[in-house]
Design a protein around this ligand. Structure first.
Ligand code: GLN
Ligand code: ZN
Length: 745
């Protein structure tokens, strides 16, 4: 008997709970205040809530195994037995082994954490060695399936597909293990079929990026093998985050019963499908509702796209473009949003309704669709901003000659060789966070809050003077988050109260929403920076978040190109830079840690992105005089495709992560002829470990060998907000001492 796929589905749903219950439960388990059974019962309650929500919304194909205590890639690693020996030998319970892989233990660092494609979700990178013995462990998938059955709900278990799993892994050529891994998936599929599972979803998003012919062949081989199993569930291969390209015909060569296409990030998928030839009775799962953004779907346009696909395939199901993991849970929890804005929004729960409605509309053709939204409210426009942008000339993104700048800056700053500095934030202590919470709750008034933060700035300045740093920072105590802080002060941004999205593990973020033209109402950072500067004769660095990062960590309007929104943000930052400069701030850092993460997945799209991204940064930073020094900071050391863009930013000084990669990045920069200032991180701030002085000296000597000392800066890898004061003081003392030693030699 074959069960049809259904008419409507989602590829996944938020698992953190409407009030971040999962975060709280997991953290309580780590703290030892809740035991494993307590954690398991919260998890079961959250899963049941999701399944009931989806069923009650009349979604007719419901996923399971989308829950995770930490990360779904880690769950898949466990499901195929890819637990590195270094964790297996710890002799912990299954749950604690899992958390050890996620978070590390004293003796073993965690698996590496990295960005999930071009999203702000982070997954744990599986470690696959030649000694990895894949073994099927379908317990979690089977357990969730049975749990949902117990509630009377039939589900479709979801796993990361074998090809994507290995493409995301690291080790000695993990992808070479595909045939081997596929046998383990085969056993998992058989076990699922034994339990009565009718459909399984295997996610293969890695195939929306450029893939070699060999990788595409391997995909074909994998699904041919799985498809030929005699006893198995029907297979739905889900793809998302872009256009499938040559992998589509390859999948169509295999016996899989359903293929999912992202029609939001990859509208060209329709054309691909039309060109692909006979679909052979397959179900096409059309990702028509955006799983990455929070806007209501244009249902009429979506129905039209769905109808086109229905003309090509025997059966079409409507779906979200990707898992709803990337959007907040429920718009109805937001009570303070402008009604004109909330009328335009859909969070995960609302997107389920859209999917169901679209599914019905495609089936019946008569379902009434809600009226389209009226035009954007006039109050959301800023004609002055638009006028200024329209009048921009190329020279507005151009500073003077670098060597002239460097000479003027040095004349003014009089810095020693190998100047020492930090990246911006100092520890966000419990007291600071409590003060912020009290301020938000109204129990600490504005004046009290300001006084508290100023005291912290003073403390941070005094500490840096005592340690002997050369360029100081104010420490960012007033910032809850480097994007939210600016979003709260700019026109065109809205903040949510409960719009949490999982970033990694128990960490959630609440991205602001950019809904209208961006405009600066008043200076945003000048008071803090000038206060800090008033306390010291040393230069204090002004600290801003760059336009690309602000966009990357917000939900962005889709009614104009990203480039236009980036330029609006850049204009606000440009004004801020000039105000800082006018107030006597001589060094300004504009952070762009997200420059690389939003790089398009396909090479063909990358240059256009880098052009506007670099253009926006330069618009933000080119309004200052030659003798104002612009810094930027990037949070990674493997530049890859963005290395020439980093040069094109034209910042006077670039600080980058380098301590883990042992300064390799300096060679990469030398290779492309980068000749401005560079501050390779000499202290890995991601760990509480204090780097011994000699280790910093050694890192600096390696750096000096690659870059002339007059261009080299000495700084940590990143901001210090997650660290504690004892290790910060000790580490900075070593950093300053090491700089002095290397200077003298
Ligand atoms: N200035 C920021 C800080 O120090 C930079 C943070 C980042 O790079 N993510 O916290
Ligand atoms: Zn950083």
């Amino acid at each position: 008997m074959s069960t049809p796929f259904g008419q409507s589905t989602v590829l996944g749903y938020p698992r953190i709970g409407a009030n971040r219950e999962l975060k709280k439960a997991v953290e309580a388990y780590w703290a030892g205040t809740v035991d494993a059974a307590g954690l398991a019962s919260t998890a079961a309650r959250l899963r049941a809530e999701v399944w009931r929500t989806l069923r009650d919304a009349r979604l007719d194909a419901i996923p399971s195994n989308t829950f995770s205590y930490y990360d779904h890639v880690l769950d898949t690693a466990v499901a195929v037995g890819a637990i590195p020996t270094r964790f297996a030998r710890l002799g912990l319970s299954a749950l604690d082994t899992y958390f050890a892989m996620a978070r590390g233990v004293d003796a073993e660092p965690a698996l590496e954490l990295t960005k999930w494609f071009d999203t702000n979700y982070h997954y744990l990178v599986p470690e696959i060695g030649t000694d990895t013995v894949f073994t099927p462990n379908p317990a979690k998938a089977l357990g969730e399936y049975a749990e949902a059955r117990g509630l009377g709900i039939t589900t479709r278990p979801v796993l990361v597909g074998p090809a994507t799993f290995l493409l995301l892994a690291k080790g000695d050529d993990p992808f070479a293990r595909l045939d081997d891994l596929v046998e383990t998936y085969a056993e998992i599929l058989i076990a699922l079929a034994d339990a009565g599972v009718a459909w399984v979803q295997l996610d293969e998003p890695a195939y929306v990026a450029d893939r070699s012919p060999a990788e595409i062949d391997a995909l074909r081989r994998a699904y041919t093998r799985l498809g030929r199993l005699e006893h198995r569930p029907r297979i739905f291969v889900a793809t998302y985050f872009g256009e499938l390209g040559d992998a589509l015909p390859a999948l169509l060569d295999t016996p899989v019963e359903a293929i999912g296409l992202d029609l939001v990030a990859g509208p060209g998928n329709v054309r691909r499908l039309a060109a692909a030839g006979p679909l052979g009775g397959r179900t096409i799962v059309a990702g028509l509702v955006d799983g990455r953004n929070i806007w209501r779907t244009d249902l009429r346009a979506a129905v039209a796209a769905g109808a086109t696909i229905a003309g090509l395939a025997d059966h079409v199901a409507v779906s979200t473009s990707c898992s709803l993991l990337h959007v907040p849970v429920d718009l109805s929890a937001e009570t303070r949003l402008d009604p004109q804005l909330s009328a335009r929004l859909a969070f995960a729960r609302q997107k389920v309704d859209e999917v169901v409605l679209l599914g019905r509309a495609l089936r019946d053709g008569t379902t009434a669709l809600p009226a389209p939204l009226p035009a954007t409210p006039a109050a959301w426009r800023h004609d002055d901003v638009r006028g200024r942008l329209a009048a921009l000339r190329p020279t507005d993104r151009q500073r003077g000659d670098y060597l002239t700048r460097a000479a003027r800056q040095q004349e003014r700053l009089k810095l020693p060789e190998l100047p020492t500095t930090t990246i911006g934030s100092f520890p966000q202590t419990l007291e600071l966070r409590q003060a912020r919470a009290a301020h938000r709750a109204g129990s600490l008034d504005d004046a009290g809050y300001r006084a508290r933060m100023r005291a912290e700035v003073e403390h941070v300045i005094r500490l840096q003077e005592k340690l002997g740093l050369d360029v100081l920072v104010h420490g960012e105590p007033e910032r809850n988050d480097m994007v939210q802080y600016f979003g709260e002060q700019l026109d065109g941004f809205a903040a949510t109260e409960h719009g949490w999205v999982q970033s990694y593990g128990s960490r959630c973020v609440r991205p602001p929403i950019i809904y209208g033209d961006v405009a600066r109402k008043a200076p945003m950072t000048v008071d803090w920076s000038t206060f800090a500067q008033s306390l010291t004769g040393k230069p204090v660095k002004g600290m801003l978040t760059g336009p690309v990062t602000i966009l990357a960590w917000s939900f962005v309007r889709t009614d104009q190109p990203l480039a236009a929104t980036a330029d609006q943000v850049a204009l606000a930052l440009r004004d801020e830079c000039r105000d800082l400069e006018a107030a006597g701030i001589r060094v300004i850092q504009v952070d762009e840690p997200a420059l690389r993460e939003t790089l398009p997945l396909r090479r063909a799209d990358q240059q256009a992105y880098l052009d506007w991204a670099v253009g926006a940064f330069r618009l933000a930073t080119s309004g200052v005089a030659d003798d104002t020094q612009i810094h930027t900071h990037l949070c990674y050391s493997e530049f890859g495709e963005v290395i020439t863009a980093i040069d094109a930013l034209d910042a006077d000084v670039t600080s980058i992560e380098a301590s883990r990669s042992k300064m390799e990045v300096l060679e990469d920069l030398a290779e492309i002829g980068y000749r401005r200032g560079v501050g390779p991180g000499v202290w890995d701030i991601h760990s509480p470990r204090v780097p011994p002085r000699d280790e910093v000296v050694e890192a600096l000597r390696r750096a000096v060998a690659a870059v002339p000392a007059r261009r080299l800066w000495v700084n940590p890898d990143c901001g210090l907000k997650t660290r504690g004061y004892p290790e910060v003081e000790a580490s900075l003392r070593h950093l300053v001492a090491a700089a002095a030693e290397v200077r003298g030699s």
